[in-house]
Design a protein around this ligand. Structure first.
Ligand code: GLN
Length: 522
């Protein structure tokens, strides 16, 4: 029998499952154990223990009978709590939907279930995916597993060896207290932590301005935001319809492409999905990057970026150059306007989207029914946190007749300019753009909370938002550990529908780095 470990990739797990040396039931109990043992990290809002066990038994029967549904059959996965899951609570981390049990599955959820994947549960998130830390959920914040007081070894995949010397123990960090822990990133922090600690082997997040790439970067795993329109948003509770994309969180680039191939494709239920048939991504075992044109946009150097992040960026650029890529500096002059532009567009779409939560048709309903107006007000006051209410108010202000041109229309024009920056660079023959993901490694919660969290949250998205503005695919991948022993990741972006190039370059880099995965001893 093979023994599952938190550091294993889907490919490793899948071959054990398909060969019969590991059963889905064994794997599922392992994941349930991991979920329970890492409960203090607060990655899950809902754990579907019984349902997962039942599905695992069915999968074992299929595999035994030779009627396996493929590589994902029997594989434990998790979904961010903003993907509709039939009969399983889907709260968006908010009081507003705390009792919402959807009558249907999101298309991407259904696609994974059709492949035989096992849903372990629903993961924690910032309320309605607004945030970059997973600190604003009614279920409490999610903590990074790194330096969390859990006992783990670092598994060096490329060197195929354990480094027992790297056991992290709480006692090693004498200044470390339960109050002082590091943020998991967000808003899909629950999904990132769940994958990092082996509570599942892949998870879905959503990415509107970086919410998949950011927590993946902070938790030391891979986060893929596919091209806008490649994956269905049907059943993903909307934040900003024109920017939202389902995101994929896995331990390796290969695993991310495996999921992408299952999830991509037109959905008649989402008219923004592309009609063209999806050509599955296939990355060779030994990817080649010679002649690939990599660009480094100078505007992505941003005030507040740590020297360790800048160094990592340069090191990876040098690595690519040595590997035969052509690396050049480019200018993307409108990058600096992304945060302000995003704040206007985000709030405007939020104001429109969130009008549905009125206490009558959807969600929580306050008991104050003295008038329709007071019912609305009480419902929203009780149902939404300050961040959500603030965005609804700002959005309605931007959309007032007298402000519409000044804010909303102007932001749309700026968005076009940001998008044109990408087109301009890609038209010059650039294949991928290399940038940081976050400005620093994970801050401790105590520090994060000191700053105004709204302001901090938007600055965090400096490097990730532009890809959503332009709709281009982007992937974040871990590169090394900082001096604090926390992950530092970089991001690659490519032209729309060029996931093949994007993931090929990412895999090439991954193979040359020795980024350690967590091997939890719990
Ligand atoms: N941090 C951004 C926001 O709060 C992005 C969120 C996301 O990608 N869902 O809007």
């Amino acid at each position: 029998m093979a023994i599952p470990r938190s550091c294993m990739s889907i490919r490793e797990i899948a071959s054990s499952l398909q060969n019969g040396v590991l059963s889905s039931s064994e794997l599922t109990s392992f994941c349930i154990h991991q979920i329970k043992a890492t409960k203090s990290l607060n990655a899950f809002i809902t754990v579907a223990e019984k349902e997962a066990e039942d599905l695992a038994i069915q999968s074992d029967v299929r595999i035994k009978n030779g009627s396996t549904r493929g590589l994902l059959d029997g594989l434990p996965v998790a979904f961010k709590d903003n993907f509709n899951t039939k009969g399983t609570r889907t709260s968006c981390g908010s009081q507003m939907l705390a009792n919402y049990y959807p009558p249907y599955n999101a298309t991407v959820v259904q696609k994974l279930l059709n492949e035989g994947a096992i849903m372990m549960g629903k993961t924690n998130m910032d309320e309605f995916a607004m945030g970059s830390g997973t600190v604003d959920s009614i279920y409490g914040p999610t903590k990074s597993p790194w330096r969390s007081g859990l006992r783990y070894k670092l598994w060096h995949r490329n060197k195929h060896r354990h480094q027992a010397s790297s056991i992290m123990e709480k006692e090693q960090f004498s200044t470390f207290t339960d109050k002082d822990w590091f943020i998991a990133g967000g808003s899909s922090g629950g999904s990132a932590v769940a994958v990092a600690v082996g509570s599942c082997f892949a998870a879905l997040g959503s990415d509107t301005g970086g919410s998949t790439r950011n927590p993946a970067a902070r938790c030391g795993i891979v986060g893929l935001k596919p091209t806008y329109g490649l994956l269905s948003r049907y059943g993903l509770i909307p934040l900003v319809n024109s920017l939202d994309v389902p995101g994929i969180l896995t331990k390796t680039v290969d695993d991310a492409s495996l999921l992408l191939n299952v999830l991509a494709g037109h959905d008649p239920k989402d008219s923004t999905t592309v009609l063209d048939p999806f050509c599955p991504v296939k990355i060779s075992e030994e990817p080649n990057i010679s002649g690939v044109h990599v660009a480094m946009p100078e505007e992505y150097y941003c005030p507040g970026m740590s020297s360790e992040v800048v160094e990592t960026w340069k090191e990876i650029a040098d690595l690519l150059e040595r590997g035969g890529a052509k690396v050049t500096n480019v200018s993307m002059p409108h990058t600096q306007y992304s945060i302000s532009c995003y704040s206007v567009l985000n709030c405007c779409e939020v104001a429109s989207n969130f009008a549905r939560y009125d206490g009558i048709e959807y969600g929580h309903r306050a008991t104050n029914e003295s008038s329709t107006e007071s019912l609305y007000a009480a419902t929203r006051h009780e149902g939404f946190n300050e961040v959500v209410r603030g965005r609804i108010l700002a959005g309605n202000y931007f959309l007032l007749k007298r402000n519409y041109d000044k804010y909303f229309q102007k932001a749309l024009k700026v968005r076009r300019l940001i998008s044109n920056d990408f087109l301009g660079v890609f038209e010059k023959g650039v294949n991928v753009i290399l940038t940081p993901v976050t400005l620093t490694d994970s801050p401790p919660y105590s520090l994060w909370k000191l700053k105004d969290s709204r302001q901090q949250s938007s600055i965090e998205d400096y490097c990730t938002q532009p890809a959503n503005m332009a709709g281009v695919p982007a992937v974040s991948f871990p590169c090394k550990l900082s001096s604090q022993q926390l992950p530092i990741s970089l991001q690659l972006m490519a032209p729309c529908f060029h996931e093949q190039t994007l993931l090929t370059v990412a895999k090439w880099i991954e193979q040359r780095l020795d980024f350690p995965l967590l091997d939890l001893e719990v």
